[in-house]
Design a protein around this ligand. Sequence first.
Ligand code: SF4
Length: 563
Amino acid sequence: MGTMTIDGRKVEFTDEKNVLTVIRNAGINIPTLCYHSEVSTFGACRLCTVEDDRGKTFASCSEQPRDGMVIYTNSGRIKKYRKLIVELLLAAHCRDCTTCVKSGECILQELAHRLGVRDIRFENTREQHEIDDSSPSIIRDPNKCILCGNCVRACEELQGIGALGFAFRGTEAMVMPAFNKKIAETQCVNCGQCRVYCPTGAISIRTHMDEVWDALADKDTRVVAQIAPAVRVAVGDHYGLTKGRSVMGKIVNALHRMGFDEVYDTTFSADLTIMEETKEFLNRVEKGENLPLLTSCCPAWVKFITDQYKEYVPNISTCRSPQGMMSAVIKEYFRDPEHAAGKKTVMVSIMPCTAKKAEAIRPNSFTDGEQDTDIVITTTELLRMIDNFGLDFATLDPEACDMPFGFGSGGGVIFGVTGGVTEAVLRRLSPDHSKEAMHEIAECGVRGEEGIKEFTVPYKGMDINVCVASGLANARTVMERVKNGEANYHLIEVMACRRGCIMGGGQPTRSGDRTKAARARGLYNADNTMIIKKSDENPLVLELYEGLLKGKEHHLLHNEFYI
Ligand code: SF4
């Protein structure tokens, strides 16, 4: 606790970890390219440099606040210094801003504009490097890398993977996978967190928008969309609407206007997942086999286990992910000539996730030799498509999803936030449907943004030990405890991205703590407004079991193997 003077104003601080945070809390958006509160401080870009009353300059991210400090954030000297840093970065940077995939959300581009950099006085002597497009999820362009190290720290510290690192020194320095391998040859899990933390176009989403436009233009094709829960709370922000508010109805309207024939809600298949996963869980508990059950909704987590904890592959739930279940069911539905009406079905899934692109092409995402999900686009690509089409999104009226796959329960909606899958399972296990029972489940320890949550719930005379983790570095801690016999769980839910899919690798970036909290709140609010909270009360799901799914549950909703 103390007071400092920032640009002539007294500012109090408490336990802020650095001067940069105090300055930002005081309402000054100090620029930085390499500072993120959730990864370690690197202090590489120096853009957050400030000056004190003795003329000493220092990077505010790396300095602890002290009582009595006097700071100038925008002195003439500091302004010149910042401008020079950006100019030097741009001198060594590929400057195809108008055609760059990151244009409009590139922080370097924004800073050049904000700091008034109008010309580059230095020659670019940097060697050009090959673009790595080996991954199904991301593209790595070393020519746009500014060596901030954000991707390296996100991959290492948040995900515990370490697929990227620094190589060489001085002007030769580069970020790359070890031994200059292609990213697809590493243990990269396709989560896209490197892309979230990258301030430029050095790591970007592998986009599939053109494939969607082509399908929409084809008159002989029925284009069907499914929208994942986390997408609806990450779109409104972009159009100046309330942060984190669900705009599902507007998204449905936008997709209909673009020409999608059917628009369905992935919360429907999240309900299917809960039906199947709960059954599988109880079966394993009864037999005492393959416990703890590891959830299978997140493809990055599944890849993490299959790459690094092979002995636990039998523990992964055989349930397909909600994306996989939805696509398999829809393809089956349109296999009926009456529903097909002579058209080919193209299944487009709209996800917060870059790893879903990899999941869609996994061999076990095919049914009877046909790929279930044809195209996966992320929330970020959806925004580009809406902008490209010229829709005035904020003024669109909400529309309902199409039937019969356009409705999910509250349990399906909360899949997008860490703990949501488990909470939906606990709702399913509860014989009590009352509001009080739902509230009690929500309070059992399953909610909250902690990276590892552990709790025990009673069920028919036994104690069920549950662990919910988000972020693969946390997942590794959990799996090591399980491996060493230090923990005895029955169920482990892991979402590879910290806080769950709301912070997925395909979501719009620039999301500070307020955005993260607002997205989680947005999903819980959406759940609050729903009359049906439990997956087993979704009448459309029950109808499906009695109809199309009869005798085909395992074939359409489960995987036989993991690779
Ligand atoms: Fe994708 Fe969600 Fe897993 Fe992140 S947590 S990799 S967004 S499924």
